[in-house]
Write a protein that binds this ligand. Sequence first.
Ligand SMILES: *[C@@H]1O[C@H](CO)[C@@H](O)[C@H](O)[C@H]1NC(C)=O
Ligand SMILES: *[C@@H]1O[C@H](CO)[C@@H](O)[C@H](O)[C@H]1NC(C)=O
Ligand SMILES: *[C@@H]1O[C@H](CO)[C@@H](O)[C@H](O)[C@H]1NC(C)=O
Ligand SMILES: *[C@@H]1O[C@H](CO)[C@@H](O)[C@H](O)[C@H]1NC(C)=O
Ligand SMILES: *[C@@H]1O[C@H](CO)[C@@H](O)[C@H](O)[C@H]1NC(C)=O
Ligand SMILES: *[C@@H]1O[C@H](CO)[C@@H](O)[C@H](O)[C@H]1NC(C)=O
Ligand SMILES: *[C@@H]1O[C@H](CO)[C@@H](O)[C@H](O)[C@H]1NC(C)=O
Ligand SMILES: *[C@@H]1O[C@H](CO)[C@@H](O)[C@H](O)[C@H]1NC(C)=O
Length: 681
Amino acid sequence: MEYGAPVMKAVRVMTKLFVLIFLLQSVHSRSSRVKLNIVDERGQKFASPPVTLKKVGPNQVVVDNGIIQVTFSCPRGLITGIKYNGFNNILNDQIENRGYWDVVWYELGHQPETDLLVGTKFDIVNQTSEHVEISFSRTWSVSQRGSVAPLNVDKRYIIRRGVSGVYMYAVLERLKGWPDVLMDQTRIVFKLNTTKFDVMAISDDRQKIMPFEADRNIRSGRASKLAYKEAVHLKNPQNHMLKGQVDDKYMYSMEDKDNKVHGWISSDQGVGFWMITPSNEFRGCGPVKQDLTSHLGPTTLSMFTSVHYVGKDMNTSYTSKEPWKKVFGPVFVYLNSASSRNLLWTDAKRQMVSEVQSWPYDFVKSVDYPLYHQRGTIKGQLFVKDRYNKIKANLFEEYAFVGLALPGEAGSWQTENKGYQFWTRADKTGMFTIANVRPGTYSLYAWVPGFIGDYKYERDITITPGKEINIGPIVYEPPRNGQTLWEIGEPDRTAAEFYIPEPDPALFTKLSFNHSNPQDRFRQYGLWDRYSALYPRNDLVFIAGLSDYKKDWFYAHVNRKAGNGTYEATTWQIKFNLKAVTQTGNYTLRIALAAATTVNLMVQVNEADSKPIFMSGLIGRDNAIARHGIHGLYKLYNIDVNGKLLRVGNNTIFLTHGRNTTDSFSGVMYDYLRLEGPSGV
Ligand SMILES: *[C@@H]1O[C@H](CO)[C@@H](O)[C@H](O)[C@H]1NC(C)=O
Ligand SMILES: *[C@@H]1O[C@H](CO)[C@@H](O)[C@H](O)[C@H]1NC(C)=O
Ligand SMILES: *[C@@H]1O[C@H](CO)[C@@H](O)[C@H](O)[C@H]1NC(C)=O
Ligand SMILES: *[C@@H]1O[C@H](CO)[C@@H](O)[C@H](O)[C@H]1NC(C)=O
Ligand SMILES: *[C@@H]1O[C@H](CO)[C@@H](O)[C@H](O)[C@H]1NC(C)=O
Ligand SMILES: *[C@@H]1O[C@H](CO)[C@@H](O)[C@H](O)[C@H]1NC(C)=O
Ligand SMILES: *[C@@H]1O[C@H](CO)[C@@H](O)[C@H](O)[C@H]1NC(C)=O
Ligand SMILES: *[C@@H]1O[C@H](CO)[C@@H](O)[C@H](O)[C@H]1NC(C)=O
């Protein structure tokens, strides 16, 4: 028996009620679940059927709750089938791996390998009529060295009565003494029916009809090559509306803090397939880490860790001295059905909100997943004290980010991906509460849009079950030596406020049905190449006090085309006038980078051939320019400028991308630059 739209409608109504009840009760009460009676369109009540589990043949397990029926390979633990609402299988049944976990790993000196974390043992963790939790696990032994990642694996799946989807999580573990290994990526992949899913939806304003896999084929003439293999120019796609556009999965990246629901729609069958991520605690590298979502295939991902937009500054090395265990998930794969795209998307968002509010889930059976009462809370109030900065009007409009991550240096959370992270945003008075934190020892970190630098609380924080810590008022003093002489941009860790050019019209890609959101322009392909078009001979010159960074500061400092596939180093100039100079003191140049890719940034003062006052050395692997991110990793350089180098009247600071390259996306994105007068003056 199939339950379609009416069930979902009823579930929606029920959940709304629960959300209401949830809000009316104290925030600590846990919302209970949907399992009860379902009301159909005619108002008739019927109980949603109990969850059943069947072993089918020697190597399949089928779990069914009357709404969805999920087939697992056993004991491998891959999802091979999802039967739902008229679909015999939502997944692509032409290929073997269509619903799976994987880890990219290698021992130093070896090529990266992909491990599908295939199980060797099947267990029923819990089975009642309300709830089935199953486990596919494997235990590593040294005889497997080199063939699979040195990890103990426990992949768990939960299917609940009356709930249209499957919860999935995995516990990955390494014991002391196991071989050193690098692990660059951990994720879940779903590949959907290729003919039925046509529309991808990842946010309110990024939803579109997608090309097919075959449309990327260069040999068949359907597409032509672009600057790297992930991007192709669609020359002759099956859907002519997409002709001339670019397909590149990185156009659909998102910051983790915003990546809570994304997926695909079958317009034909009125079915949606959604990846819902109710918490960021198990993802690496903090709330503004960007990663892939869904992309052509049709493919839907859940990215837990990856080097995307961070690069190898992320420490992916797991050593033999370091035992490690981490719970990834649960995430929730949600299926819905409705008569229109909008209804499907709206319902998926509603379900996402309900999952977020139910976090931490009360039905997860792994001892490694702490329940609500096993977690703790930290509170406080963050103030910013900047000697020379009168409180800007927008000071607390863009609220501070405050978070807990493994102990480390200020800002280290950006590259940390082995532990858990818990982030929140303070309110306009700086008050913050981070709830539902797993017990453990953390550093408390923060950064505040509008101010440079990173905050770290002086002591480590130990979270204990059921306890609330209030650390009271804390004060962040951003780096500051003297008054601002000039500044360029806004310290917000992105290059979004600078000049972002229109793409080459021949490559313009619609990211949404009707009009693309102008704020998403940075996601267009090939913007880096516009620098050579805008500055064919002479580089950018910015005159402090006269130029407008919104128009006159190109969003990325890249190289210029020099013909024959080469790119030449470029030098930007900042010109500024000083009425007086203190020769005896140091001035301070603050350069905050929003991203860097294989660049050596060099700074000179007043003479283009003078000895550089700063060289970054070769920095950056975040690749954010080529991946259409408007930021990658944040870096702040505080550079002393000896007063003797400056003069009364006109001065120039030269910023040089000090490498000739053969690619066009080597460079930096600046976040913000500032020259401060000498300290104490
Ligand atoms: C897609 O679904 C249709 C109808 O259910 C089925 O005939 C077809 O084989 C499926 N194709 C793939 C690639 O899964
Ligand atoms: C399964 O879960 C239910 C509900 O939490 C619990 O009462 C029961 O003891 C569990 N059964 C097993 C075998 O763990
Ligand atoms: C990366 O982590 C490993 C294991 O914790 C540690 O030994 C190593 O020093 C770290 N490397 C860097 C560059 O931080
Ligand atoms: C954009 O497209 C969506 C989906 O087709 C539609 O609901 C919406 O009304 C459109 N908006 C505009 C401004 O045309
Ligand atoms: C371009 O490269 C080709 C082959 O390497 C060389 O013969 C030619 O001189 C180069 N042209 C210029 C303008 O550098
Ligand atoms: C000025 O900067 C230089 C170079 O960083 C440093 O060596 C020197 O001590 C500074 N002088 C003062 C007065 O701070
Ligand atoms: C100083 O710079 C300003 C602005 O670029 C320019 O108009 C002026 O001519 C310069 N003065 C001298 C003496 O070079
Ligand atoms: C880049 O190439 C130009 C022209 O070939 C050369 O003059 C310059 O020294 C090179 N710069 C660097 C940093 O290698």
